[in-house]
Design a protein around this ligand. Structure first.
Ligand SMILES: *Cc1c(COP(=O)(O)O)cnc(C)c1O
Length: 230
Protein backbone atom coordinates (compact mmCIF):
# COMPACT_ATOMS: atom_id res chain seq x y z
CA UNK A 1 0.00 0.00 0.00
CA UNK A 2 1.33 3.39 -0.95
CA UNK A 3 1.38 6.35 1.34
CA UNK A 4 -1.70 8.58 1.34
CA UNK A 5 0.12 11.11 -0.83
CA UNK A 6 0.96 8.84 -3.77
CA UNK A 7 -0.11 10.18 -7.20
CA UNK A 8 -2.92 7.67 -7.63
CA UNK A 9 -4.40 8.64 -4.27
CA UNK A 10 -4.23 12.29 -5.32
CA UNK A 11 -6.01 11.40 -8.55
CA UNK A 12 -8.72 9.42 -6.76
CA UNK A 13 -9.19 12.20 -4.20
CA UNK A 14 -9.73 14.69 -7.03
CA UNK A 15 -12.17 12.41 -8.84
CA UNK A 16 -14.06 11.75 -5.61
CA UNK A 17 -14.36 15.47 -4.86
CA UNK A 18 -15.66 16.14 -8.39
CA UNK A 19 -18.10 13.28 -8.15
CA UNK A 20 -19.42 14.50 -4.79
CA UNK A 21 -19.93 17.97 -6.30
CA UNK A 22 -21.73 16.42 -9.24
CA UNK A 23 -24.00 14.32 -7.01
CA UNK A 24 -24.74 17.34 -4.80
CA UNK A 25 -25.62 19.43 -7.86
CA UNK A 26 -27.83 16.66 -9.24
CA UNK A 27 -29.63 16.36 -5.91
CA UNK A 28 -30.08 20.13 -5.64
CA UNK A 29 -31.53 20.49 -9.11
CA UNK A 30 -33.88 17.56 -8.49
CA UNK A 31 -34.94 19.02 -5.13
CA UNK A 32 -33.64 15.98 -3.29
CA UNK A 33 -31.59 15.49 -0.14
CA UNK A 34 -28.06 14.38 -1.09
CA UNK A 35 -27.91 12.44 2.19
CA UNK A 36 -30.48 10.05 0.68
CA UNK A 37 -27.97 9.05 -2.03
CA UNK A 38 -25.44 6.25 -1.54
CA UNK A 39 -22.49 6.25 -3.91
CA UNK A 40 -21.12 2.78 -4.59
CA UNK A 41 -17.59 2.76 -6.01
CA UNK A 42 -17.61 0.09 -8.71
CA UNK A 43 -14.01 -1.10 -8.41
CA UNK A 44 -14.19 -4.02 -10.88
CA UNK A 45 -10.95 -4.53 -12.83
CA UNK A 46 -9.07 -2.15 -10.52
CA UNK A 47 -6.48 -3.35 -8.07
CA UNK A 48 -7.03 -3.88 -4.36
CA UNK A 49 -4.83 -0.88 -3.58
CA UNK A 50 -7.40 1.34 -5.29
CA UNK A 51 -10.09 -0.10 -3.01
CA UNK A 52 -7.86 0.75 -0.05
CA UNK A 53 -7.16 4.24 -1.34
CA UNK A 54 -10.89 4.91 -1.71
CA UNK A 55 -11.56 3.47 1.73
CA UNK A 56 -8.91 5.79 3.18
CA UNK A 57 -10.73 8.67 1.45
CA UNK A 58 -13.96 7.71 3.21
CA UNK A 59 -15.73 5.46 0.69
CA UNK A 60 -17.30 2.43 2.40
CA UNK A 61 -19.51 0.94 -0.33
CA UNK A 62 -17.70 -1.00 -3.04
CA UNK A 63 -19.24 -2.70 -6.08
CA UNK A 64 -17.99 -5.66 -8.10
CA UNK A 65 -19.46 -7.72 -10.92
CA UNK A 66 -17.42 -10.95 -10.91
CA UNK A 67 -17.41 -13.40 -8.04
CA UNK A 68 -13.77 -14.43 -8.21
CA UNK A 69 -12.46 -10.87 -8.17
CA UNK A 70 -15.01 -9.71 -5.61
CA UNK A 71 -14.33 -12.64 -3.27
CA UNK A 72 -10.61 -11.91 -3.20
CA UNK A 73 -11.06 -8.20 -2.56
CA UNK A 74 -13.73 -8.76 0.08
CA UNK A 75 -11.55 -11.31 1.88
CA UNK A 76 -8.79 -8.69 2.04
CA UNK A 77 -11.14 -5.88 3.14
CA UNK A 78 -14.01 -7.55 5.00
CA UNK A 79 -15.05 -4.41 6.87
CA UNK A 80 -16.17 -2.60 3.72
CA UNK A 81 -19.72 -3.00 2.41
CA UNK A 82 -19.57 -5.15 -0.71
CA UNK A 83 -22.25 -4.80 -3.37
CA UNK A 84 -22.54 -7.42 -6.08
CA UNK A 85 -23.82 -5.65 -9.21
CA UNK A 86 -23.14 -8.09 -12.07
CA UNK A 87 -25.01 -10.91 -13.72
CA UNK A 88 -24.86 -13.81 -11.33
CA UNK A 89 -24.69 -17.52 -12.11
CA UNK A 90 -26.46 -19.85 -9.75
CA UNK A 91 -23.27 -21.74 -9.00
CA UNK A 92 -21.59 -18.52 -7.82
CA UNK A 93 -24.47 -17.31 -5.69
CA UNK A 94 -23.48 -19.15 -2.55
CA UNK A 95 -20.00 -17.65 -2.68
CA UNK A 96 -21.41 -14.15 -3.21
CA UNK A 97 -23.72 -14.56 -0.22
CA UNK A 98 -20.63 -15.21 1.86
CA UNK A 99 -19.18 -11.71 1.53
CA UNK A 100 -21.75 -9.41 -0.05
CA UNK A 101 -23.98 -7.15 2.02
CA UNK A 102 -26.12 -6.29 -0.99
CA UNK A 103 -26.87 -8.04 -4.29
CA UNK A 104 -28.26 -5.73 -7.01
CA UNK A 105 -28.82 -8.31 -9.73
CA UNK A 106 -31.38 -10.86 -8.58
CA UNK A 107 -33.47 -11.58 -11.65
CA UNK A 108 -34.95 -15.03 -11.08
CA UNK A 109 -36.41 -17.05 -8.21
CA UNK A 110 -33.76 -19.79 -8.38
CA UNK A 111 -31.06 -17.21 -7.66
CA UNK A 112 -32.96 -15.84 -4.69
CA UNK A 113 -33.30 -19.35 -3.34
CA UNK A 114 -29.57 -20.08 -3.44
CA UNK A 115 -28.77 -16.72 -1.84
CA UNK A 116 -31.35 -17.35 0.87
CA UNK A 117 -30.09 -20.84 1.60
CA UNK A 118 -26.67 -19.43 2.47
CA UNK A 119 -28.37 -18.29 5.67
CA UNK A 120 -26.80 -14.83 5.97
CA UNK A 121 -28.82 -11.62 6.01
CA UNK A 122 -28.62 -10.05 2.57
CA UNK A 123 -30.14 -6.94 1.05
CA UNK A 124 -31.50 -7.54 -2.43
CA UNK A 125 -32.38 -5.38 -5.41
CA UNK A 126 -34.39 -7.09 -8.12
CA UNK A 127 -32.87 -6.25 -11.49
CA UNK A 128 -35.43 -5.37 -14.13
CA UNK A 129 -34.81 -5.63 -17.86
CA UNK A 130 -35.49 -2.24 -19.43
CA UNK A 131 -34.96 -3.50 -22.97
CA UNK A 132 -36.46 -7.00 -22.88
CA UNK A 133 -33.05 -8.39 -23.91
CA UNK A 134 -32.57 -11.45 -21.70
CA UNK A 135 -28.83 -11.57 -22.44
CA UNK A 136 -28.24 -8.38 -20.49
CA UNK A 137 -29.88 -9.64 -17.33
CA UNK A 138 -32.97 -8.50 -15.53
CA UNK A 139 -36.45 -9.89 -15.07
CA UNK A 140 -39.11 -8.98 -17.63
CA UNK A 141 -41.62 -6.45 -16.31
CA UNK A 142 -44.40 -9.03 -16.58
CA UNK A 143 -42.58 -11.38 -14.20
CA UNK A 144 -41.51 -8.68 -11.76
CA UNK A 145 -44.41 -8.83 -9.26
CA UNK A 146 -44.01 -12.56 -8.70
CA UNK A 147 -40.25 -12.26 -8.30
CA UNK A 148 -40.59 -9.39 -5.83
CA UNK A 149 -43.06 -11.47 -3.80
CA UNK A 150 -40.67 -14.41 -3.91
CA UNK A 151 -37.67 -12.39 -2.67
CA UNK A 152 -39.76 -10.75 0.04
CA UNK A 153 -40.79 -14.20 1.23
CA UNK A 154 -37.21 -15.46 1.59
CA UNK A 155 -36.19 -15.69 5.22
CA UNK A 156 -32.74 -14.11 4.97
CA UNK A 157 -33.31 -11.70 2.10
CA UNK A 158 -34.53 -8.15 2.50
CA UNK A 159 -36.11 -6.66 -0.60
CA UNK A 160 -34.68 -3.13 -0.91
CA UNK A 161 -36.08 -2.21 -4.33
CA UNK A 162 -35.34 -2.38 -8.03
CA UNK A 163 -32.20 -2.02 -10.10
CA UNK A 164 -32.00 -1.22 -13.78
CA UNK A 165 -29.47 -0.42 -16.49
CA UNK A 166 -30.62 1.73 -19.43
CA UNK A 167 -30.50 -0.05 -22.79
CA UNK A 168 -27.49 0.85 -24.92
CA UNK A 169 -28.13 4.04 -26.84
CA UNK A 170 -31.40 4.77 -25.04
CA UNK A 171 -32.53 7.98 -23.40
CA UNK A 172 -31.67 7.46 -19.71
CA UNK A 173 -34.47 9.78 -18.55
CA UNK A 174 -37.01 7.54 -20.26
CA UNK A 175 -35.40 4.31 -19.07
CA UNK A 176 -35.23 5.50 -15.47
CA UNK A 177 -38.79 6.84 -15.59
CA UNK A 178 -39.90 3.35 -16.66
CA UNK A 179 -37.87 1.84 -13.81
CA UNK A 180 -39.34 4.30 -11.28
CA UNK A 181 -42.88 3.46 -12.43
CA UNK A 182 -42.23 -0.25 -11.94
CA UNK A 183 -40.70 0.46 -8.53
CA UNK A 184 -43.79 2.42 -7.55
CA UNK A 185 -45.98 -0.58 -8.37
CA UNK A 186 -43.77 -2.96 -6.37
CA UNK A 187 -43.97 -0.61 -3.37
CA UNK A 188 -47.75 -0.98 -3.20
CA UNK A 189 -47.26 -4.55 -1.98
CA UNK A 190 -43.81 -4.06 -0.44
CA UNK A 191 -43.64 -0.62 1.15
CA UNK A 192 -40.19 -1.34 2.56
CA UNK A 193 -38.75 -1.68 -0.95
CA UNK A 194 -38.08 2.04 -1.02
CA UNK A 195 -34.60 2.08 -2.55
CA UNK A 196 -33.71 2.39 -6.25
CA UNK A 197 -30.36 1.26 -7.65
CA UNK A 198 -29.93 3.39 -10.74
CA UNK A 199 -27.33 5.69 -12.19
CA UNK A 200 -23.83 5.16 -13.52
CA UNK A 201 -21.06 7.57 -14.48
CA UNK A 202 -22.71 8.73 -17.70
CA UNK A 203 -26.28 9.16 -16.47
CA UNK A 204 -26.38 9.74 -12.74
CA UNK A 205 -28.26 13.05 -13.11
CA UNK A 206 -31.12 11.32 -14.92
CA UNK A 207 -31.18 8.62 -12.25
CA UNK A 208 -31.30 11.17 -9.42
CA UNK A 209 -34.20 12.93 -11.17
CA UNK A 210 -36.04 9.60 -11.29
CA UNK A 211 -35.53 8.90 -7.58
CA UNK A 212 -32.34 6.81 -7.44
CA UNK A 213 -30.97 6.10 -3.98
CA UNK A 214 -27.97 3.94 -4.89
CA UNK A 215 -25.60 5.21 -7.60
CA UNK A 216 -23.17 2.65 -9.02
CA UNK A 217 -20.15 4.64 -10.16
CA UNK A 218 -17.07 3.18 -11.83
CA UNK A 219 -15.40 5.26 -14.53
CA UNK A 220 -16.04 8.69 -13.01
CA UNK A 221 -14.27 7.62 -9.82
CA UNK A 222 -11.56 5.25 -11.01
CA UNK A 223 -10.95 6.13 -14.63
CA UNK A 224 -11.41 4.04 -17.74
CA UNK A 225 -11.42 0.25 -17.66
CA UNK A 226 -9.97 -1.92 -20.40
CA UNK A 227 -13.08 -2.21 -22.61
CA UNK A 228 -12.97 -5.99 -22.97
CA UNK A 229 -13.41 -6.34 -19.21
CA UNK A 230 -16.69 -4.39 -19.26
C1 LIG B 1 -19.55 -1.43 -14.35
C2 LIG B 1 -20.90 -1.20 -13.83
C3 LIG B 1 -21.27 0.07 -13.35
C4 LIG B 1 -20.36 1.27 -13.37
O1 LIG B 1 -20.38 1.83 -14.66
P1 LIG B 1 -19.61 3.22 -15.00
O2 LIG B 1 -20.21 3.63 -16.28
O3 LIG B 1 -18.16 2.88 -15.11
O4 LIG B 1 -19.88 4.15 -13.90
C5 LIG B 1 -22.56 0.21 -12.84
N1 LIG B 1 -23.43 -0.83 -12.82
C6 LIG B 1 -23.10 -2.05 -13.26
C7 LIG B 1 -24.11 -3.14 -13.23
C8 LIG B 1 -21.83 -2.27 -13.80
O5 LIG B 1 -21.52 -3.49 -14.26
Amino acid sequence: MDTPSDPRTEELAGRLASLRDRVAAAAASAGRDPAALTVIAVTKTFELDDVRRLAALGVRDMGENRDQEAAAKAAAEPDLRWHFVGQLQRNKARSVAGYAAVVHSVDRPALAEVLDRAGRPLEVFVQVSLDEDPDRGGVAAADLPALADHVAGCEHLRLRGLMGVPPLGSDPDRAYADLAALAERVRRNHPGADALSAGMSADLEAAVRAGATHLRIGTALLGRRPTFLG
